[in-house]
Write a protein that binds this ligand. Structure first.
Ligand code: NAD
Ligand code: MG
Length: 381
C-alpha cells in the first residue's frame, strides 16, 4: 500500500523538491493533501499533476473559481494547514511552510500520530518542548528534513541518543563569509539573496546570510537530539559537502557527506530508517569536490548567531521571541525598510525587552510570538 503524503507549503523550494522526489516513487508514495500561500491557479495546477484529494489555500477566501471536481476537498484560511496535516489518508506530513505559521499543523499532526518530515525548523525553535510533548501524547514522530539534522540522524543509525557526545553542524558561511564588518552592515538585499551553495526560499536565504539560520539549527538540534548547548558546535565549511559531524561517547566521529541538494534529506525523512534507491540523487565523486575547508565562525561580525544561541540557552519563551523578532526583521530588510546590519539590532532589542516566561502551553508561546512581532515592528521604524 502506498504511503499518503501531505505537503504543506507545496509551492516553495522544499515543497517543490518534495513533489519531485515523491513523483519519482509513484509505487511507494501518493500525494494526498497540498497547501500553499499564494495563487489558487498554481495550487490547481499542482493538484492536477499530483492527484491530491485535499487542497488548501491559506490566504484564500473560500471562492474557488473553475473548481468542478467533486473528488477533491478545497479549503481556505489558516486552518487548512491543520486539516491537511490530520487528513485520515495522510501518513507523513512534510511541513515545508516558512516561519511560525507552521506550528499548529506540526502539533496537530504529531497528536494524530503522523510522521512529520520537518523542514519548518521555526516550529521546533518556538515550542520545542510542546512539540515533543505532542509527539509523546499522540505517538507521532518528528524526522528532520534540514540537511544538518538529517546528517546527524543518519550517523546515529538507530543507536540510543545517550551514545552521543557532541554535534558539529556545518555552515556554508553564506554570501558574506569573507566580508568585513563595515561592508556587511550595508549589504544589499540582492547581495544577501545570492547564496553561494544552496538555492532556497528568501527567508532562509537571508537567515543564512546573517547566520540566524545556524542559531535556529542549534536550537533545533537541541530539541531533536537532547544535547545541551555546550555540546552543539558550528564550523564554517564553505563547500557544503559535509553536513554535520556526530561524535560518540567513545570519541569516534561520523560525518554524512553529499552534494548540497535537499532531495536526499527529503527522501530520507520519508523513508527513515530504510534507504531506497533514487535515480534523481547525483552520485558522489570526492575528486570532483576538490579541497574541503573548515574555519571558525566569526561570531562578532554575525551577532544574530550568538543572540539566537543565547535565546536557546535561556529557554522558556526566549527562542519564540528570537524567532518572531528575526522573522519581522528579515521581512523589513527584504522590503528595504532596514539595513542588513539592523536585523541583529532589532532582534537584540526584542530579546532585551523580553521578560522570559516558561513555555508551558501553546497560548503562552503564541502570546510571546505576537508580542515579539509587535515590538520588532516598532523597532524597524
Ligand atoms: P519558500 O519561501 O520557498 O516556501 C514557503 C512555502 O510556505 C510556500 O509554499 C508558501 O506558499 C508557504 N507559506 C508562506 N507563508 C505561509 C503562511 N503564512 N502560511 C502557510 N503557508 C505559507 O521556503 P523554503 O525555502 O521552501 O523553506 C521552507 C522551510 O524549510 C523553512 O522553515 C526553511 O527554514 C526550511 N528549510 C529550507 C531549506 C531549503 O533548502 N529551502 C533547507 C532547510 C530548511
Ligand atoms: Mg540546514
Amino acid at each position: 500500500m502506498s504511503t499518503g503524503i501531505a505537503v504543506l507549503g507545496c509551492t516553495g523550494s522544499i515543497g517543490t523538491s518534495t513533489l519531485r522526489v515523491v513523483g519519482r516513487h509513484p509505487d511507494r508514495f501518493s500525494v494526498v493533501a497540498i497547501t500553499a500561500f499564494g495563487s489558487a491557479d498554481k495550487l490547481e495546477e499542482i493538484r492536477k499533476n499530483t492527484g491530491a484529494r485535499f487542497i488548501g489555500l491559506v490566504n484564500g477566501d473560500g471562492q474557488w473559481s473553475g473548481a468542478n471536481s467533486s473528488t477533491c476537498d478545497r479549503e481556505s484560511g489558516a486552518l487548512c494547514l491543520v486539516e491537511a496535516a490530520t487528513h485520515p489518508d495522510v501518513d507523513i506530513v512534510v511541513n515545508a511552510v516558512v516561519g511560525a505559521a507552521g506550528l499548529e499543523a506540526t502539533i496537530a499532526a504529531l497528536k494524530a500520530g503522523k510522521r512529520v518530515a520537518l523542514a519548518n525548523k521555526e516550529t521546533l525553535v518556538m515550542a520545542g518542548d510542546l512539540v515533543q510533548q505532542a509527539a509523546r501524547e499522540g505517538g507521532g514522530e518528528i524526522v528532520p528534513v534540514d540537511s544538518e539534522h538529517s546528517a546527524v540522524l543518519q550517523c546515529i543509525g538507530g543507536r540510543p541518543l545517550g551514545d552521543l557526545r557532541r554535534l558539529i553542524l556545518t555552515a556554508s558561511g553564506g554570501p558574506f563569509r569573507g566580508w568585513d564588518a563595515e561592508r556587511l552592515a550595508g549589504a544589499t538585499v540582492a547581495e544577501a539573496l545570492n547564496h553561494p551553495t544552496w538555492n532556497m526560499g528568501p527567508k532562509i536565504t537571508i537567515d543564512s546570510a546573517t547566520l540566524a539560520n545556524k542559531a535556529l539549527e542549534v536550537i533545533e538540534a537541541h530539541y531533536l537530539f537532547g544535547l545541551g548547548y555546550d555540546e552543539i558546535e558550528v564550523v564554517v565549511h564553505r563547500q557544503s559537502i559535509i553536513h554535520a559531524f556526530t561524535e560518540f561517547v567513545d570519541g569516534s566521529v561520523l560525518a554524512q557527506v553529499g552534494y548540497p541538494s535537499m532531495e536526499l534529506p527529503i527522501l530520507y525523512a520519508l523513508t527513515h530508517p530504510e534507504r531506497v534507491s533514487d535515480v534523481g540523487v547525483k552520485r558522489f565523486d570526492p575528486v570532483a569536490c576538490g579541497d574541503l575547508t573548515f574555519e571558525s565562525l566569526r561570531r562578532d561580525d554575525f551577532p544574530a548567531f550568538a543572540l539566537g544561541v543565547a535565546a536557546g540557552r535561556s529557554g522558556g519563551t526566549a527562542p519564540a521571541a528570537f524567532n518572531a523578532a528575526n522573522e519581522v526583521a528579515v521581512e523589513a530588510f527584504l522590503q528595504s525598510r532596514i539595513t542588513f546590519g539592523q536585523i541583529a539590532v532589532v532582534i537584540e532589542s526584542v530579546l532585551q525587552a523580553h521578560s522570559g516566561d516558561p513555555a508551558d502551553d501553546l497560548k503562552t508561546v503564541l502570546d510571546v510570538d505576537r508580542w515579539a512581532r509587535e515590538t520588532a515592528e516598532v523597532a524597524c521604524y
